[in-house]
Design a protein around this ligand. Structure first.
Ligand code: T1G
Length: 723
């Protein structure tokens, strides 16, 4: 197997090229090739300078993450980068695409760095639950100062080449062809007699690198990376750079990095890295079908979801027709959109020019005819199936025959809505999450007759909107009765109410949280326990934010309310019936003073819960945090197992991506299915069987969970067996 590195000579110049598609990951063979190249060039006195560059779309985008579970493979990155740095000839890194992780560390080990303006450079290791482990925490502070280095590592997202040059990370911007420009730059260095310039030899500027600064940056990192230890470990490593010699610092970094790469946190985030990429590969979907071109989008409904989707589309450069039935509603929607953009300008997320450009892409209208000639129609009206069917029924008579049709329904039977459009093959569910311009998840719902073209187009759109698209099925592969599923045989055509995410939330997480209220746990006790588990927000704070009326309406209009026996969501619905709708009405599970968003415990809610418990004959008792965690999290696992068996979700990893990007499930636990595997399915099954014996009804263990527990297998193994 040829090494993915090659050397080309141009006179006294040597160009080392790495070619390891798709992203030139610094795999073991790349390391071996690079080390061999540097050793031979270092011995070659005819060489005056070396350029290291990459073929393909990007410079090295990191170490090969697939190797992390297979232990250290020699040569290590440290050995290779030390060989680069110790080269007696000046070494120039030529950057394009994304120089990330070990790629950025390779650039830091080179003596000079040049890049095209579009290049980006960064150390995203914390997003994988690890720290830079190839000298980044020791060389970066020497190049740009300890303060700026820590900021870059804690932010864990790349910066542009122009900014990198401004802070001294890049020496030269190459405006035209990189290969030519890098060679010219190297010749210039030779001409100037510039020698090697080892970064390790530079002093560390520790100005402003004090406890106050570190604390503040660390607090911000912890807010973004809930429950992760990696930010603290990164501080430890950068602090070592300010206190120890370079070699001692490297030892310290290696010690931390090697331990952390084996941690549960790192394994969970690695799982999600690959699960998010695997989600784009849909079993049975032909790879040869090209997506439809989408440039003009009509969005029907300018409510909370419609306006968020409009903003997301405009952010991606799409032209948007935002259609409302009511002039007041339309102007409210457009005003709210402008407010979203103004706040983004205020937080310097975008410039005022960008706001103007994006708002110019959005055109409001009151006539459905505005859908004429669009490429995509997204319906985002309230969860009322008859209203949605009426809208798609009318679309049939308008001039949008070539358009892809989509509903933003979060629960309802997509096949029923699609049938009303008369074009079910061009129909797909595009379930955005609120706020749509912020949440990364796009649940793409595949109807029984959705064509490959429609699905491929939806996946391409997700990428264009910078969303993580996860495809789920609207209904089970075969009638549910055949599987004796707990959800109740005879449900309509096997439609999975709430698809994957909402189904798991309603049929497990929220149901049990509501039940625990009746059994004696206060809303804030439950919220705190689940936030300690790692959820971004507890269920009752979240319900109050979303609005209790919305949830009640959806349960009532779908008929699911009538089919579930008490105490299924009793408290939530009774609060809504009494006008306590949540934040928007100043009271829900909590009360909110003077329009503030801070949830305050409310004795009125406690009184209502006690009254309902009496009416339902439920004895109240002390409930501890451990029980809250198990009662709310384990139903996610159980319902997830049913969803996998029914084929509503294709992989356990898809469910993990949905819950970590759409519902605030802690990323450091990898998602509910990965979490279950980490606990051991036999243990999970045993606990659920115990709860079934005690609580009955909703706790019947899923057949798949039982099967895997008894056969000593995991969800991951089950999934691999099906690849
Ligand atoms: N290792 C292995 N495979 C990788 C990879 C990597 N570092 N990066 C990407 N891939 C695969 C990915 O799984 C997918 O495969 C294909 O490449 C295209 O990726 C010592 C230890 C570079 C910005 O964290 O952020 O260095 O699904 O779909 O959207 O300190 O990939 O097609 O089979 O994402 O254009 C640090 C990770 C590692 C960067 C391109 N580096 N990668 O995005 O394509 S830790 C990272 C990315 C480290 C050192 C430490 C993105 C990208 P498949 P893609 P994209």
């Amino acid at each position: 197997m040829p090494l993915p590195t090659s050397i080309r000579r141009e006179g006294s110049l040597a160009i080392v090229t790495i070619d390891n598609p798709p992203v030139n990951a610094m795999s073991a063979s790349v390391r071996a090739g690079l080390l061999a190249a540097m050793q031979s060039l270092s011995r070659d006195s005819s060489v005056e300078a070396v350029v290291i560059a990459c073929a393909g779309r990007t410079f090295v985008a990191g170490a090969d993450i697939r190797e992390f579970d297979s232990g250290v493979i020699e040569p290590t990155a440290r050995q290779v980068l030390n060989a680069v740095e110790r080269c007696p000839h000046p070494v120039v890194a030529a950057l394009h695409g994304t120089a990330l992780g070990a790629g950025a560390e390779l650039a830091l080990a080179c003596h000079y760095r040049c890049a095209v303006p579009g290049a980006r450079i960064g150390l995203p290791e914390l997003t994988l639950g690890i720290i830079p482990g190839a000298g980044g925490t020791q060389r970066l502070p020497r190049l740009i100062g300890a303060r700026r280095a820590l900021e870059l590592i804690l932010e864990a997202s790349p910066i542009g080449a122009t900014e990198a040059q401004r802070i001294g990370l890049i020496d030269r911007l190459i405006q035209d062809d990189l290969a030519t420009g890098a060679v010219a730059y190297a010749r210039e260095l030779i001409g100037e007699g510039a020698g090697p310039r080892p970064t390790s030899g530079l002093p560390v500027d520790s100005d402003g690198f004090d406890d106050a600064f570190i604390e503040q940056r660390l607090a911000a990192a912890h807010k973004r990376m809930r429950g992760q230890r990696a930010p603290d470990l990164a501080v430890e490593a950068v602090r070592a750079a300010t206190q120890l010699s370079f070699e001692e610092g490297l030892d310290r970094e290696a010690q931390i990095a090697l331990r952390q790469v084996k941690s549960a946190e790192a394994k969970a985030l690695r799982h999600l890295f690959f699960a998010e990429r695997a989600a784009a590969r849909v079993p049975g979907l032909s790879q040869s079908v090209p997506p439809l071109m989408i440039q003009r989008v009509a969005i029907i409904g300018a409510g909370t979801m419609g306006r968020g989707i409009a903003g997301t589309c405009a952010d991606a450069g799409l032209q948007v027709e935002l259609i409302e039935a009511d002039a007041q509603a339309l102007s409210n929607g457009l005003a709210a959109l402008r407010a979203i953009y103004e706040s983004a300008v205020g937080r310097e997320r975008i410039t005022a020019e960008q706001m103007t450009e994006r708002l110019a892409l959005i055109h409001g209208g009151l006539a459905l005819e505005a859908v004429n000639d669009v490429d995509l129609v997204i319906e985002a009206v309230p969860e009322d199936i008859e209203l949605k069917k009426r809208i798609f029924g009318r679309l049939g008579s308008l001039n949008c025959a070539g358009a892809l049709l989509a509903s933003n329904t979060s629960t309802l039977d997509l096949d029923e809505i699609a049938a009303a459009s008369g074009r079910p093959e061009s129909f797909v569910g595009l379930h955005f999450f609120s706020p749509a311009h912020v949440m990364r998840l796009l649940e793409i719902v595949r109807g029984r007759r959705t064509s490959d073209e429609a699905l491929v187009t939806a996946l391409a759109l997700a990428k264009r909107l910078r969303k993580v698209g996860v495809v789920v099925a609207n209904s089970a592969r075969e009638p549910l009765a055949a599987r004796g599923s707990e959800i109740g045989s005879g449900e309509r055509g096997g439609h999975s109410f709430g698809f994957v995410g909402n189904r798991m939330m309603l049929e497990g997480y929220l149901r049990e949280a509501d039940q625990l209220l009746l059994e004696g746990a206060a809303p804030d006790r439950i919220d705190r326990a689940l936030e300690r588990f790692g959820f971004a927000m507890g269920p009752f704070t979240m319900s109050d934010m979303a609005g209790l009326d919305v949830a009640l309406k959806s349960r009532e209009s779908s008929g699911i309310r009538a089919r579930r026996r008490p105490p299924y969501h009793e408290v939530a619905d009774e609060l809504a019936r009494r006008g306590r709708l949540g934040q928007k009405s100043g009271a829900g599970f909590y009360r909110y003073e003077g329009g503030a968003r801070t949830p305050l415990p409310d004795p009125e809610t406690t009184a209502l819960i006690e009254e309902l418990a009496r009416r339902l004959g439920i004895e109240r008792r002390t409930v501890n945090d451990e029980e809250i965690e198990v009662r709310c999290v384990y139903p996610l696992i159980n319902e997830g197992a049913k969803i996998l068996a029914e084929g509503i979700a294709y992989r356990p990893g898809d469910i993990d991506v949905i819950w970590t990007t759409g519902y605030g499930f802690p990323r450091v636990r990898g998602g509910p299915m990965f979490y279950a595997d980490s606990l051991g399915l036999a243990n999970v099954y045993e606990e659920i069987a115990r709860l079934y014996a005690r609580l009955g009804q909703y706790w019947q263990p899923a057949p798949l969970l039982k099967e895997l527990a008894e056969s000593g297998r995991s969800f991951a193994q089950w999934s691999n067996e099906r690849q």
